[in-house]
Unconditional design. Structure first.
Length: 106
């Protein structure tokens, strides 16, 4: 008889489950970061060519940025400005929220 996924997961040690959860969180963040440029561009109702022109790069360069999992903060800030927006970064911890980078810091 086949085991249920729950019973299999319950048989794994808590340390391994915690490690797997941490890796999954990193992968999830990378996937979400990879879509950030596209979400910014679409929210500004810009095509890739329009954003490319605003950034001074080619359309294929924008397509590449949209697939990138990791990029410099300065690049993301430039994209936000080119799309007519700003970028704010905050640290959120237990019971506190700290502004790390106001959009005016660029």
């Amino acid at each position: 008889m086949a085991k249920s996924l729950t019973s299999i997961l319950n048989s794994v040690s808590p340390a391994i489950r915690k490690s797997a959860r941490s890796r999954a969180d990193v992968y999830k963040a990378e996937i979400e970061a990879a879509g950030a440029v596209k979400r910014i561009r679409k929210s500004a109702m810009l095509g890739q060519k329009q954003l490319a022109d605003a950034l001074g790069v080619t359309q294929p360069a924008v397509a590449k940025l949209e697939r990138q999992k990791d990029m410099k903060l300065s690049t993301l800030m430039a994209i936000a400005r080119a799309a007519g927006g700003t970028l704010d970064i905050r640290f959120k911890g237990p019971g506190k929220s700290i502004q790390i980078l106001p959009s005016s810091a660029a």
